[in-house]
Design a protein around this ligand. Sequence first.
Ligand SMILES: [Zn+2]
Length: 480
Amino acid sequence: MSDRSATRVLLQPSWVLLPDGSVARDTAVLVAGPRIEAVLPAAAAAGVDAERVDLPGHLLIPGLVNLHTHVGAGPIGRAVSEDFPLPAGMPFYVPLSRLWQHAYDESVVERYRSIVEWDLLGMLRTGTTTVLNHASTDTEGYLELAVRSGVRTFAGPTVPMDVAHRLGRLEGGATRRDDSTASEVQATQLAGFRELAQRWEGRADRITLVLGPAAVHAVDYAVLEAVAEISAELGSRVTTHLCQAPGELAETDRRYGLTPLRVLEKVGLANERLVAAHGTYLPEQDLELAASSGITVVHCASRKAKEAVVSPSVAFREAGIRVGLGTDGFSCDMVEELKFAAVLGKIGTGRTDTPTAADVLRTATATNADALGRDDLGRIRAGALADLVAVDLRGPAVAPVLDPVQSLVYYGNGRDVSFSMVHGEPVVRDGRVRTLDQDRVATAAADALGSIWTEAIERGLLDDVLQAPSGLALPMEPRA
Ligand SMILES: [Zn+2]
């Protein structure tokens, strides 16, 4: 192999998703270094000097972007309280906050990293190539692991870190939240952001730092103003939670006499750099501001569905609001999230023709990339970065294929991903993540989760949600 071909890879799938939403047949994609050099007819690719990757029966799509999650938090809370009887409007995280508080304790940090790695493995395995991580703890530990795993990430620490402050806890069937992190502590945490960004920005060409105030009602006003100032100065994205639960609106109204979005507008954060998760209870009178300000509202379909809630994502889009898609932890499979977004969108609108499979796939690729200010991601065209995913549509639960995008969204899942690359470098080959030692990661994560859950049960941290734990067996198998 010549030096030149060593850096060039020719992907030859059955179908390629193009930026206009059409699906091309007999088309190859040539990758040179970190970028897509050309999208060309298969016949024209015959003489190209490059390593060839044959992907028969595969649809090649841009790498999926998970626009809202808390890496590591999800596996800790998985299958603990999914069927718990939540009071109406209570977010799903509230019964789990004491478990997370324990898992984020400094004494647990090494074990927590094993779980972060397991979460990253799950995301890469199922077709995610870019993650916006609203880090729940140990941001730099996460960034280390992200570099090692090969994922592209936008990430930043949640302000404030303290779980009791930002999530509250379950008390007498209701959410109880106290402002337990002082304003000065929040300000100090934020003050470290510039240095953090300097240390990490651009590492391995895949790291971008973002600011992460937890939510309007949980962050000191002066700290929100400082976030706006840093974001304007550095051009950093800001990620937060917005109108996730009714209690958040009541608290903000009590404090400011304003809706959460109006507070964000007042401090200078309601702009195109804001990526705000949920928006479920965004008041009608704020729809126009959400649209005109250019913010992105991130739909987290599966997360809210567990609370028996369908967020009005289609109505937001029809009002001109940019709507992205994320998992918000628990599930890390963005292909499953596409399915949730499509079918819950239909339930929400009462219409079968919206959103379509093509709509939700565009959301998870180009729209999510746009929300991050990156038109060089999320589309397959010459010059874009080579973050690419190939999904095998030949399986018995998926084929036959008439419309590859519908087949993917309605019948596939992330385990059908057999190939991916990030920044032109291979991550998944033959359905296995090649950048991580899968068996080591699985063993370490099983040990970590087993010990954290055992401690949580012994200390009564799960008494609210677990009457009689029946599981705690962790045969974790990385092949998915
Ligand atoms: Zn979240």
